[in-house]
Design a binder for this molecule. Structure first.
Ligand code: GLP
Length: 241
């Protein structure tokens, strides 16, 4: 693992955007795995700027999002679908048909998960996967568990995660209890992985991820076994490293 220490959120985000841009300059039809949450927001802003001002081209780029809340439709402001279009896709020259996000209202959960994994496989697998990290060490919505889940699956969210994500909702009761998430095997099959972490609340999870035992109790710890992970951290998240 490469660990890049940056001074603050802006520098972390800029560094991440440059890596994504580098990937797309080398391979314009790259398959990107994308994350939501507050962490990658400034990275998306910088990529939008590069698209407008520096000719960074997304016209051939294919994307797969990590996860989606079950029960939230595309127009719901708290759905990850809404987040992605609002914060990124609406502002770049990506083709709608190249965007993939698990459905929050699947008719059949198993079929939706299988379809999502099939689509990832058909597009040749993920070239560069962007990850944030939950305060409990989750990646995507792979919550601490007694085993690693391999493929796209339905998750019951941890109370910790529901509490942490309640800040985006009017009340904690509105936070969905279930989500669909890409699995650990799919994430680990990505050719390159970029993990971003900022803020003191992530310090402990990050320490366990990088230096603790590899265990499904800290899902992100599996990344120690990947051959090409870059972790970009700012000062507060790096406090324990
Ligand atoms: C969310 C998402 C993750 C994200 C993480 C951290 O619940 N499912 O993909 O990386 O939690 O979120 P944030 O960046 O807001 O701290």
């Amino acid at each position: 693992m490469r660990i890049v220490f940056t001074k603050d959120y802006e520098e972390m985000s800029l560094h991440a955007a440059k890596i994504v841009a580098g990937q797309l300059y080398l391979k314009p039809n790259s398959v990107l795995g994308l994350a939501t949450g507050s962490t990658p927001l400034a990275m998306y802003r910088e990529l939008i700027r590069m698209n407008r001002e520096n000719g960074l081209d997304f016209s051939e780029t294919v994307t797969f999002n990590l996860d989606e809340y079950i029960g939230l439709g595309q127009e719901d402001e708290n759905s990850y679908y809404y987040y992605m279009y609002h914060n990124f896709f609406n502002h770049i020259n990506i083709r709608q048909s190249n965007i993939h996000i698990p459905s929050g209202l699947p008719e059949n959960v198993e079929e939706e998960c299988q379809k999502y994994d099939d689509l990832i496989a058909q597009s040749g697998g993920i070239d560069l996967q962007i990850l944030g990290i939950g305060q409990n060490g989750h990646i995507g919505f792979n919550e601490p568990d007694i085993k690693f889940e391999a493929t796209t699956h339905m998750v019951k969210l941890d109370d910790d995660t529901i509490k942490a994500n309640a800040r985006f909702f009017a009340t904690v009761e509105e936070v969905p209890i279930h989500a669909l998430s890409m699995g650990i095997k799919t994430i680990m099959h990505a050719r390159k992985i970029l993990l971003l972490a900022n803020g003191a609340a992530k310090a402990e999870a990050l320490f366990r991820t990088l230096y603790g035992g590899i265990t499904p109790e800290t899902p992100a710890s599996i990344l120690q076994l990947h051959q090409d992970v870059t972790v970009i951290v700012e000062e507060e998240a790096a406090r324990l490293l």
